[in-house]
Design a protein around this ligand. Structure first.
Ligand SMILES: Nc1ncnc2c1ncn2[C@@H]1O[C@H](COP(=O)(O)OP(=O)(O)OP(=O)(O)O)[C@@H](O)[C@H]1O
Ligand SMILES: [Mg+2]
Length: 357
């Protein structure tokens, strides 16, 4: 069920307004259709209460209109007063009907928007898992490295302990390294699990520099195996942004992977990637990923963020549209820059004092 925004203060105001209209209608000798003012109550109730509340409010308003008429004209029948009452009743009825229709349409719209957000986040999740699949080999290597170090240090500590005169200091140092490497391995697994998990986006205050470093760490090996060198130029004192860490990591990994793929034909040592963060002149923060690949032809720019636009044989054309939907739900903007060489994809995020969701 879709919730309608409500506030106790507005509810109180509505009750007060209803009573005030009734008092004027019943106890003052004004010859005007005061009861028509109940339409304001009905209209406001539609933005405070649900359907049942609006029906009840309308019924109360209709009842009070009749009651006020009975009160003020009980002694003597008045044609004009009866006419005014009928007009008021009709107005309240029509407005109640329209308010209910409006409320139903608004609720349907909100429900559709929520469904759209849900499918967008599901799509983002599916592509994130696909992306992890592409990175599987380098991730396995990333985990394997500390495991190898654990084996070496474990063996060494056993040897130190098995000596005729055990060297406890050396054994202790080797076990310390085992623990350190185990921590590294579980940190890699934690990062992968966070990316693979399907959870609703959670917007929290975070440092874009940290997100950039984490994303770089995840693709570092993949980049190295493609002879791409990555440089990070992160602005110090970058203000925090409000965002979902996993989704923003996904955006950065997408941009880094695109850049890496674009540079596949670069001569050795010429495939350079620069990941920068900086404060935007108009407020907010900007992150850019620049490469030394062939760049983006101007005729591709208008459809770059369209779903299924891809120039790659195996490309799905979903990377950039998903980046755009993520950045836009963060209140930011994503665009392709115009560097003198290669391509540059940038996105901006607003700096917010408080995180709402
Ligand atoms: N750094 C870049 N340099 C040159 N072209 C790029 C770059 N980044 C994106 N593009 C172009 O934009 C297109 C769309 O990118 P997008 O990430 O949306 O899809 P894709 O990489 O083709 O497929 P996938 O869905 O697997 O990511 C790419 O096919 C490529 O032509
Ligand atoms: Mg891509």
């Amino acid at each position: 069920m879709v919730r309608v925004q409500g506030s106790p203060l507005l509810s109180l105001l509505l009750v007060g307004l209803t009573l005030a209209i009734f008092a004027v209608d019943a106890f003052t000798p004004l010859d005007v259709a005061i009861a028509v003012m109940y339409v304001v109550v009905v209209l406001l109730s539609a933005s405070v209460w649900r359907r049942r509340g609006v029906i009840l409010t309308s019924a109360v308003c209709l009842g009070l209109t009749v009651l006020a008429y009975a009160f003020s004209h009980a002694a003597m029948f008045s044609g004009p007063a009866s006419g005014r009452m009928v007009v008021s009743l009709a107005a309240i009825g029509i407005v109640a009907y329209l308010a209910l229709r409006w409320q139903a349409a608004t609720n349907a719209l909100i429900a559709r928007e929520e469904a759209l957000h849900r499918s967008q986040s599901q799509l983002a999740h599916v592509t994130r898992v696909t992306m992890l699949g592409e990175l599987a080999a380098s991730i396995a290597h990333e985990v394997n490295q500390p495991l190898a170090a654990i084996t070496t240090n474990g063996g060494a500590s056993l040897r130190w302990l098995n000596r005729a005169e055990p060297d406890l200091d050396e054994a202790r140092a080797a076990i310390g390294s085992v623990l350190e490497e185990a921590g590294r391995a579980s940190e890699v697994i934690r990062r992968i699990r966070a990316l693979a998990r399907r959870s609703d986006p959670r917007h929290l205050p975070l440092s874009l520099n940290e997100v950039a470093q984490e994303a770089a760490r995840l693709v570092r090996r993949e980049l190295a195996s493609h002879h791409v060198s990555l440089n990070l130029d992160l602005a110090p004192d970058l203000p925090q942004v409000c965002g979902d860490r996993v989704q923003l990591q996904q955006v950065l990994i997408n941009l880094l992977m695109n850049a890496m793929q674009a540079m596949q034909h670069c001569a050795p040592g010429e495939a350079l990637l620069l990941l920068q963060t900086r404060i935007h002149e108009q407020g907010g923060v900007v992150c850019s990923v620049a490469d030394t690949g062939p760049g983006i032809p101007p005729e591709h720019l208008p459809k770059l963020f369209d779903a299924f636009f891809s120039t790659k044989e195996e490309g799905m054309g979903m990377g950039l549209p998903i980046c755009r939907s993520i950045i836009e739900t963060h209140g930011g903007r994503i665009w392709a820059g115009m560097p003198p060489r290669g391509a540059m994809l940038c996105f901006s995020l607003p700096v917010t004092e408080e995180c709402s969701a």
